[in-house]
Design a protein. Structure first.
Length: 366
């Protein structure tokens, strides 16, 4: 697999780095905390205009047909600018399920491309601890047009800004994936911000009707596993981008901060810390490439590579984000410095769709 940037990736990175650095400044990101759902609507429209929301969608469904390497390149740029918008949920995870459904959701995919639809995956339940196996406590009962969804989901990432939800449930002993409007009658959301400002919600489904069954049984399990793995890689790429931002921030700070009449970057002890951060970040990018090289392999091989990648990137973030704060001293924990935002950002990303302990268990089971 060739990891030299393609023409598409160079174009993506050029437009992304320019736009995101101008739009998602520290002050702007802080202002988004005051919004009810954390969504930057103007930026989301720009994402659609730039084609970012169409990147992972097949060309025959109106997308750009980009590879996961293309998505990872864009996700790295999002991470570098500490962007907490529903990109991965809507433009990476959801299209895999919608495009692979028994009845392909062409109209909804077109709305994703246009920026008018945002999708959240509602899968985690009380006590799951990243248990992505069956059965689900949420149930789908009845038949035909009388199907009813009941149950509760926890920590549904990006749900407050979503227009639709993809819900995992059990229909008898069979796993089903059900598409419902986020504002469907009987749906009650309890939204809240995560540590970095990303929005999530606990959702209760009480007699929700009108859901569309996307897939059942083995097909539902395979689609869910594939979508989650693609989302895991996208989040990993965002972590790598954020770690690279930490390197740039620390390098700049060590050149500017003066102590004993010279920049503190001249002190060998701090140079050693920067060297450790540099190595950890580049190892994280290398293991990300390894995960990308297996994205189209068998489910087991893909799961093994992504688990290894997420474990290694989790360890790298512990080195990079924490040392970045140490290098900034007391400033590093204040809300007025970018480095504290990147620390919270990486901490949250590391937990999405499984933490290091989950991937260690998953790897041991393969």
């Amino acid at each position: 697999m060739d990891f030299n940037p393609s023409d598409l990736q160079r174009m993506l990175l050029d437009s992304a780095e320019r736009y995101l650095s101008e739009r998602f400044t520290l002050e702007h990101r802080r202002s988004l905390r005051e919004t009810p759902d954390g969504l930057d609507t103007d930026a989301w429209e720009k994402f659609a205009e730039l084609g970012w929301l169409a990147l992972a969608i097949p060309e025959d469904l109106g997308g750009l047909g980009g590879s996961m390497a293309d998505v990872a390149a864009l996700a790295t740029a999002l991470g570098y600018s500490c962007v907490s918008q529903p990109f991965t949920s809507t433009a990476v995870v959801a299209p895999i399920i919608l495009a692979g459904a028994d009845d392909v959701q062409t109209d909804l995919i077109e709305e994703i491309v246009g920026g008018s639809a945002r999708i959240a995956l509602a899968h985690d339940e009380i006590g799951d601890r990243y248990d992505y196996s069956e059965p689900r406590g949420t149930s789908l009962t009845g038949g035909g047009n009388g199907q009813v969804l009941n149950g509760q989901k926890m920590v549904v990432i990006d749900a407050p800004s979503a227009t639709h939800l993809i819900v995992s449930a059990n229909e008898g002993d069979e796993l089903v994936l059900v598409l419902v409007p986020a504002d469907a009658a009987g749906t009650e959301q309890s939204p809240y911000p995560l540590y970095d400002g990303t929005r999530a919600a606990d959702i209760r489904f009480d007699g929700v009707e009108g859901g569309v069954v996307l897939a059942r049984g083995h097909k539902a399990r395979d689609l869910l596993a594939k979508a989650l793995d693609h989302g895991r890689v996208a989040y990993a790429a965002q972590m790598v981008g954020s770690m690279e931002a930490d390197l740039a921030l620390c390098s700049s700070y060590l050149k500017e901060r003066q102590q004993f009449g010279q920049p503190i970057g001249k002190f060998q002890a701090l140079q050693h810390i920067m060297a450790d951060m540099f190595v950890a970040t580049h190892q994280a990018r290398s293991i990300l490439y390894f995960a990308l090289s297996t994205i189209d392999a068998s489910a087991e091989e893909r799961a093994r590579a992504i688990s290894l990648a997420r474990i290694n990137i989790s360890e790298a973030y512990q080195i990079v984000a924490r040392q970045a704060i140490q290098l900034h001293g007391g400033y590093g924990i204040t809300d007025e410095y970018d480095v504290s935002h990147h620390y919270r950002y990486q901490m949250v990303l590391e937990k999405l769709y499984g933490d290091a302990a989950f991937y260690e268990r998953r790897l041991a089971s393969l």
